[in-house]
Design a protein around this ligand. Structure first.
Ligand SMILES: *Cc1c(COP(=O)(O)O)cnc(C)c1O
Length: 232
């Protein structure tokens, strides 16, 4: 992918986001486009930034360290991959938000490290909407109880939910999972848990982001659609 390819991809995605927002009666400004930069080298990330990207997502602490330190901010950086508890201190140092909080033990460690760093860390709760054994995330029926336990941790700030549904050939098949995450969010919001905001719904990737926008997504996470197929 050349600089031009990346710019064209982003422009096309921006148009499709605007169209999906319009068609579902939503305001375009409620939806953020994240460039998922796992396996993507620094120069191609810089092309995306030149084309207007202001939010990047990384999956692995090891891989993101050098990139985040070299590129700096802007953009904002979000952790979207499975996070081991013993890597929490790096996550607090490197990221503006951790979207993949799925257990109390990890939240406690992120809170402790954030306190030492003198910051409040925004987080999302990752929900395993498809119940797949290979995916991380809290089970939907356990999300409320996990949020109640994390809410009092003073150096964390819950901002919403994140999910990665099962992969389908047809993006329409992902719709019920996106709708279920929105319903879960609304149900938890009704509980009015102290210190908890549920504004953000991080859902939708290269193959299904328009469906996710129609179902209320506020952060779509796009990798291949911007940078092409990943080479591991
Ligand atoms: C890799 C990844 C994405 C992006 O996937 P694409 O299909 O390349 O758009 C989004 N979210 C998470 C959590 C990922 O790991």
């Amino acid at each position: 992918m050349t600089r031009e390819d990346i710019r064209n991809n982003i422009e096309m995605i921006q148009e499709r986001i605007a169209r999906a927002a319009r068609q579902s009666g939503r305001n375009r400004s409620e939806i953020r486009l994240m460039a998922v930069t796992k396996t993507v080298d620094e120069s191609r990330i810089r092309y995306a930034l030149e084309a207007g990207i202001d939010l990047c997502g990384e999956n692995y602490i090891q891989e993101s360290r050098a990139k985040v330190e070299a590129i700096g901010s802007p953009p904002q950086w979000h952790m979207i991959g499975h996070l081991q508890t013993n890597k929490a201190k790096y996550a607090v140092r490197l990221f503006d938000m951790v979207q993949s909080v799925d257990r109390l033990e990890l939240a406690i460690e992120l809170d402790r490290r954030s306190r030492s760093a003198g910051r409040i860390l925004p987080i999302l709760i990752e929900v395993n909407s498809g119940g797949e054994l290979t995916k991380s995330g809290v089970a939907p029926e356990e999300a409320i109880s996990l949020i109640r336990k994390i809410a009092p941790l003073e150096n964390l700030s819950i901002q919403g939910l994140m999910t990665m549904p099962p992969w389908f050939e047809n993006p329409e098949s992902a719709r019920p999972y996106f709708a279920a995450l929105r319903t879960l969010r609304n149900r938890i919001a009704e509980e009015r848990i102290d210190r908890v905001s549920l504004r953000e719904l991080s859902m939708g990737m290269t193959d299904d982001y328009e469906v996710a926008i129609e179902e209320g997504s506020t952060i779509i996470r796009i990798g291949r659609g911007i940078f092409g197929e990943r080479k591991y």
